[in-house]
Design a protein around this ligand. Structure first.
Ligand code: ADP
Ligand code: ZN
Length: 752
């Protein structure tokens, strides 16, 4: 009797809303298990898909799979279930969700050590040197040589230009700047214009360092109360979500550490999500000091190969604590007891492209499925989180004061109206001078890098704009160029107006680079440093500057939001916020909330040592509730003001949002697509009788980025289920012209 052929369901990481059926040839039947990758024919291509399960029958025309790519399944049935849930919630193709969840490095094995992975991304590879595993990274260098007639086109030209300017660049850097570049690099190499070179790079800075063990601290009464609630929840082995609300320095991290220790004693594992590892080396060190067990730190400095190594260690159950940014949410920890989401309010938990998931939200979903405790920690929780705590949907744990009874810094708002051209008010200059004389350290925060934000011709009014994006170019004097902060466009600084040829070009607006110069002029005796994306390029850039502040080698540090995050600088006694308004008036319903968070965070850097701190906030709107509440360290007051605003305009937590983003190279095409989509949505809404407000379509506030025109449609619903029904109904129906792309963003955090 001949056996029935085995038919399997396969998800393919493409923008497709369905999975596909394939037949398994007899020789592969034993290997074909759910959770593995399979190579399948797809049209005229061969693609990697994920084996979801076996089906009993199929009406499709079946083709055979070509190969089973894994020895062991990559995901468990429970994990697949979570992926499916997320795919449905975010209205995103399951294959792409799975691809996001799995480490990129899994492709290394099956790509036969070619340096370009199947998904078109260049990869670092592991090489053996003297029996020791060393990480090597691919660098690309331009070759001097004649242009052939087969000249590169499109993105390849940009890459080549960039490499010629820069001299060389790592594959990782190119990928960060240009997105997927493998085909272009391959082409450039083939054309003999560029060559690749594997080089050894330094290993994970955390792994080899040996830390002296420390002991749990004796908790203060608030910490103790918080810990008790968390450990009680751990003991009950049920899902329990908490909001841990405590100002910076209130001892949240110590609570995490002791709660996790409790979980580990029960044989559980722990997941700690942080906004960005590079900015939180102190947190990682505290974990390494406290715990002797296996800790995996998934940071952005890892190559794909190293990340895969760590992932396998977790899968093999050699790790009990995982610390990482957003994507660590998918760490394959078994027996998960507790998830900590530190700085839960940070936007970086949301992936802004492709599969737009929010790791903070999904931590709650994962926690619920794993019967785990979830602790969302912040000094400035999301308005929606605080609301949920008031509604008792989150347990509320409060650490109201700083651990060592340090007073919160005295804060003053400085009115900058009428002094728009000045970076620093006389008041702030005087305080800086006084602090310097006393030997105190100062931080100056300005959320804009570069020297000047735009160049304008005094004669003809010409402004330098990016040809690819609807923004002005920022002048970076150190590099002698005007850069776009959204794409990679730059031009050499012109000496005359590019519009009229006139000589009178003025540089307006001010970034950190210019403030640094002004500070150096004002205080020639001070040791001044700057921390922004320009000065922290390259390895150890952050650490070097942070160390300089820690050891007292820096008197005045100027920086962007990088200086605001979690650092503990005991010597800082003065903080200046140079323009608190910049982020206040963006066309985004969360701009007040973001400004409050940022200003509060910067303020939190002052007075963490033995000396009291002082904060000066310069603003053109010194009476705005966001600033007055921040200056008064009054979160509850801010919440009251902000929730009233949200209620009035019907934004979260009073509504659920989804935004549809349409982009394309032709402005008319995108507009047409957006209008069609909106009309389509309105008719489906009619058909389904769901209560969803459809706003737009409208051109996005940033109407063009990287040469793509952008339109938006915003959906608002009081009931989430109705929003989902509308989107599900919409899913298959819309036919957009192939040049227009549409992305669905559920619970968007960025409205620009
Ligand atoms: P947060 O995470 O809220 O910013 P931390 O946990 O980093 O606060 O605590 C701030 C500082 O206070 C750290 O240096 C920490 O070691 C110390 N600390 C925390 N809890 C205690 C405690 N119970 N007793 C003494 N020092 C503590
Ligand atoms: Zn641009």
């Amino acid at each position: 009797m001949s056996e029935l052929p085995t038919i399997i369901e396969v998800a393919i990481p493409l923008h497709l809303n369905t999975s596909f059926h394939y037949r398994v040839p007899p020789d592969l039947v034993l290997l074909a298990q759910p959770g593995k990758r399979v190579l399948v024919p797809f049209g005229r291509r061969k693609l990697t898909g994920y084996l979801l399960g076996v089906v009993s029958e199929s009406r499709e025309q079946l083709r055979d799979i070509i190969e089973v790519l894994d020895q062991e399944p990559l995901f468990t049935p429970a994990e697949l279930d979570l992926y499916r849930w997320m795919a449905a919630y975010y209205h995103h193709p399951l294959g792409e969700v799975i691809k996001t969840a799995l480490p990129a490095g899994i492709n290394i094995q099956s790509s036969n050590r070619t340096t370009l992975a199947k998904d078109g991304r260049p990869m670092a590879e592991e090489v053996m040197s003297g029996g020791r595993k060393v990480k090597s990274e691919l660098f690309y260098l331009p070759l001097s040589g004649a242009e052939t007639d087969a000249a590169p086109r499109g993105k390849a030209v940009q890459l080549l230009q960039f490499l010629r300017e820069a001299g060389e660049a790592s594959a990782t850097l190119l990928r960060q700047r240009f997105g997927a570049v493998a085909p272009q690099l391959k082409r450039l190499v083939e054309l003999g214009l560029v060559r690749g070179e594997a080089r050894e790079v330094y290993r994970d800075p955390f792994r080899e360092e040996v830390f002296e063990r420390d002991q749990p601290l004796v908790l203060n009464v608030h910490q103790h109360a918080a810990k008790l609630q968390i450990t009680a929840a751990l003991d009950s082995k049920a899902f329990a979500p908490f909001l841990l609300h405590g100002v910076t320095g209130s001892g949240k991290t110590e609570v995490y550490l002791q709660a996790i220790a409790h979980g580990l004693e029960q044989g559980k594992t722990a997941l700690v999500l942080v906004p960005e590892i590079a900015l939180t080396p102190q947190l990682v060190k505290r974990f390494k000091r406290r715990f002797a067990c296996g800790i995996a730190v998934l940071h952005s400095g890892l190559s794909d190969g190293e990340r895969y190594d760590e992932w396998r260690r977790i899968r093999r159950d050699e790790v009990t604590i995982v610390i990482g940014a957003r994507s660590a949410l998918f760490a394959p920890l078994q027996r998960l007891g507790i998830i900590v989401v530190d700085e839960e309010h940070e936007d970086s938990y949301k992936q802004s492209e492709g599969f737009r998931y929010n790791a903070r939200d999904m931590a709650l979903v994962r926690g619920k499925r794993d019967y785990a405790v979830v602790v969302l920690g912040s000094a400035t929780p999301l308005v929606t989180s605080y609301h949920a705590a008031l509604e008792k949907k989150l347990g509320y744990l409060s650490l109201p004061g700083r651990v060592r009874d340090l007073p919160m810094p005295a804060t003053e708002l400085l009115d900058m109206r009428g002094r728009k051209g000045d970076a620093l008010s006389p008041g702030l200059i005087a305080e800086l001078g006084a602090n310097l004389a006393k030997g105190g350290q100062s931080l100056l925060f300005l959320n804009r890098r570069g020297f000047a934000t735009f160049l304008i011709c005094q004669d003809c009014g010409h402004v330098l704009r990016c040809p690819n994006c609807s923004v002005t170019l920022t002048y970076h004097r150190g590099r002698g160029r005007h850069f776009c902060h959204y794409c990679d466009y730059f031009i050499a600084a012109p000496s005359v107006c590019p519009g009229c040829g006139g000589p009178e070009i003025g540089l307006l607006g001010r970034g950190t680079e210019r403030v640094e110069e002004e500070i150096r002029e004002l205080f020639p005796q001070a040791r001044v440093s700057r921390m922004d994306r320009d000065t922290t390029r390259g390895r150890g850039g952050h650490a070097r500057i942070l160390k300089g502040v820690e050891t007292g080698e820096i008197d005045i540090l100027i920086g962007t939001q990088m200086i605001a995050k979690g650092h503990d600088f005991p010597g800082v006694t003065l903080v200046g916020v140079l323009s608190a308004d910049a982020s206040l008036n963006l066309p985004d319903f969360r701009s007040a909330e973001r400004t409050f968070q940022l200003v509060s965070q910067v303020m939190g850097r002052a007075g963490r040592g033995d000396l009291p701190g002082r904060v000066l906030i310069q603003s053109l709107e010194p009476a705005h509730y966001t600033l007055t509440r921040a200056a008064a360290h009054d979160f509850a007051g801010f919440y009251a003001d902000e929730i009233a605003f949200r209620h009035e305009v019907g934004y979260p937590p009073f509504a659920h949002l989804a935004s549809l983003n349409l982009t394309g190279n032709s402005p008319a095409g995108v507009e047409r697509g957006a209008k069609e989509a909106a009309a389509q949505l309105r008719s489906i809404r009619q058909e389904l009788q769901v209560k969803v407000e459809i706003l737009g379509p409208a051109a996005a506030p940033l109407a063009k980025i990287r040469g793509r025109y952008r339109w938006q449609i915003l959906l608002k619903a009081t009931r989430r289920s109705e929003l989902h029904r509308l989107l599900a109904g919409f899913g298959g129906k819309l036919k957009l012209p192939p040049v227009v792309r549409m992305g669905i963003d559920i619970d968007p955090v960025d409205m620009l």
